[in-house]
Design a protein around this ligand. Structure first.
Ligand code: HEM
Length: 527
């Protein structure tokens, strides 16, 4: 039965790839931690106060019930106006920040793009702090059906006619079957992950070096996409795209197919009448990308026989399994690495030469001259913390949605709000993970933030995987199936980088998904 099935009972992947949490003792409720950091700032007042310090820990107080502020405006017009503010007049962060100020609340009503004619109900209740946001993870209270991309769902013609795992609620029987399949995908070739990462990302760095030598700078994003796709194909399937009909076209085909799914949410930099008048207002027809998708499908079908065999034992047809394997590899995994890797390198580059030196020293002394291992990486606390801090400060998937299954109350730091059955809840994650009432210096990149016992305790407020970093994906929740894999791959990127180089410089520009990074120098390892 699905409800009785958990990741620990089905996958050795977690056991292999995440040992760091077994030692961490976590406080029972998130609010305790908030109080803890408040208590720290209360130390000064305790010293000057006559009141003796209390011996029993303060209980989290339930804030008073408030009416949810904000409104949706007139039909069609309200949604259109909010979309203009979100994309053009204000931009995303200012859109939310200005409304927090206007309503004196981190919970309020607004419309989310795209709105008509792509989604006919863009009304949401926004959750913009670290205390209210986790309500989105409680699958007893919120339904996660057909809302992976928000208030609209792309046509199933883009995915072989099937609703993909990411769009299924855990109450649907296919969710457990397909999530088990993804755990199998992640675990069955797990011993290949580290070596294949080394092969694919060594190629990347060699290519960057030669481009730097000839042109004086090297574009990271396209090279990263090629390396990410090669790495995923080689480690998950033992297949090399270059030796197949795909050649080096994989990333290009995926990007086009993903665009057909996400164009209603993206600012592509096209003239506004085209971008907003067409791409934010109408869905692009799926048949335009059918041929490209077929090429990807054929590659995955030919490469994944053992996984398709396993799917049949779980009661999933080979065809449905293949579409899901394609989706998880190309949308979830490739898409995530495409956004996150350049972002992480941006933060590490900006932090400067001292951090680079510290990372190089830590990584080289823990790994020695041998191939890196899981055990060696456990001895790299600064490197591990840098990965978590990058995931905290700029979560790669910034938006999460959930529809209230029943009436319940959501608490922010300042108020409690009555949610009604059917309300669409929306969380903008960067505001939850940069909540200054949870994290000190919340807007700053603090490389060693998660080092040590106190630092590790704060991992439960790192939410990039659609759940706390201290939690685990299971068939009963919607936490990212690849959570530990992503952390591992991100660690491997830093290990590869700082084994080869002492330091590096980049230039950064904006792009529709993540940062556009150009490498301007790579200083070869000197110690
Ligand atoms: C940086 C990389 C990644 C990021 C940022 C990321 C992020 C996420 C997020 C935020 C969700 C939840 C979306 C929602 O329901 O609102 C999710 C779900 C999911 N992710 Fe990832 N992901 C990444 C990589 C991967 C990888 C490598 C896999 C490989 C197995 C994967 C498989 C999945 C699956 C299968 C789901 C749906 C889970 C379910 O329906 O229960 N992801 N991911």
């Amino acid at each position: 039965m699905a409800a009785a099935y958990s990741l620990s009972s089905l996958s050795t992947f977690n056991l292999q790839f995440s040992s760091q949490f077994s030692l961490i003792k976590l406080p029972a409720t998130p609010s305790k931690l908030i109080l803890q950091s408040r208590r720290r700032s209360h130390v000064i007042s305790a010293v000057v106060s006559e009141t003796p310090p209390s011996t029993s820990p303060a209980k989290p107080t339930t804030p008073p019930i408030r009416k949810i502020p904000g409104d949706y405006g007139l039909p069609l017009i309200g949604a259109w106006r909010d979309r203009q503010d979100y994309f053009y007049n204000q931009g995303r962060d200012e859109f939310f920040r200005s409304r927090i100020q206007k309503y004196s609340s981190t919970v309020f009503r607004t419309n989310m793009p795209p709105g008509p004619f792509i989604s006919f109900n863009p009304n949401v209740v926004a959750l913009l702090d670290g205390r209210s946001f986790p309500a989105l993870f409680d699958t007893d209270k919120v339904e996660k059906k057909d809302l992976f991309t928000g208030t609209y769902m792309p046509s199933v013609d883009l995915t072989g006619g099937y609703r993909m795992l990411s769009y299924l609620d855990p109450s649907e029987p296919n969710h457990a079957k397909l999530k088990k399949l993804m755990f199998f995908l992640l675990s069955h070739r797990r011993q290949h992950v580290i070596p294949e990462f080394h092969v694919s990302y060594s190629e990347l760095f060699e290519n960057l070096e030669s481009e730097l030598a000839t042109k004086g700078s090297a574009a990271l994003n396209a090279a990263n996409e090629q390396a990410a796709f090669n790495f995923l194909a080689r480690s998950f399937f033992g297949a090399s795209p270059n030796d197949s009909g795909l050649g080096s076209d994989g990333p290009k085909l995926i990007n086009k197919w993903v665009l057909f799914q996400l164009h209603p949410l993206l600012k592509l930099g096209l003239p506004r009448p085209v971008e907003d008048g067409i791409l934010h207002t109408f869905s692009l027809p799926a048949f335009l990308v059918k041929k490209d998708y077929r090429r990807l499908y054929d590659f995955f079908y030919q490469s994944s026989s053992p996984i398709l065999d396993h799917a049949e034992t779980l009661g999933i047809s080979r065809d449905e399994a293949c579409h899901n394997i394609l989706f998880t590899t190309c949308f979830n995994s490739f898409g995530g690495m495409k956004i996150f890797f350049p972002n992480m390198l941006k933060w590490v580059a900006r932090a400067g030469a001292k951090l680079h030196h510290d990372l190089a020293r830590e990584i080289r002394s823990a790994a020695g001259g041998a191939a890196v291992t899981m055990a060696a990486m456990e001895k790299m606390p600064l490197m591990k913390s840098v990965v978590y801090e990058s995931l905290r400060i700029e979560p790669p998937v910034s938006s999460q949605y959930g529809k209230a299954k029943r009436d319940f109350v959501i608490e922010s730091h300042d108020g409690a709000f009555q949610i009604k059955e059917g309300d669409m809840l929306y969380g903008y994650q960067p505001f939850a993970t940069k909540d200054s009432r949870i994290f000190d210096r919340a807007d700053e990149f603090v490389p060693d933030r998660f080092v040590g016992e106190e630092g590790e305790e704060m991992l439960k407020h790192v939410l990039w995987s659609n759940g706390p970093e201290s939690g685990a994906p299971s068939v009963n929740n919607k936490q990212c199936a690849g959570k530990d894999f992503v952390v591992l791959a991100s660690r491997l990127l830093l290990v590869e980088l700082f084994r080869r180089y002492d330091s590096f410089d980049i230039e950064v520009a904006a792009s529709p998904l993540g940062a556009a990074v150009t490498v301007t120098s790579l200083k070869r390892a000197s110690f």
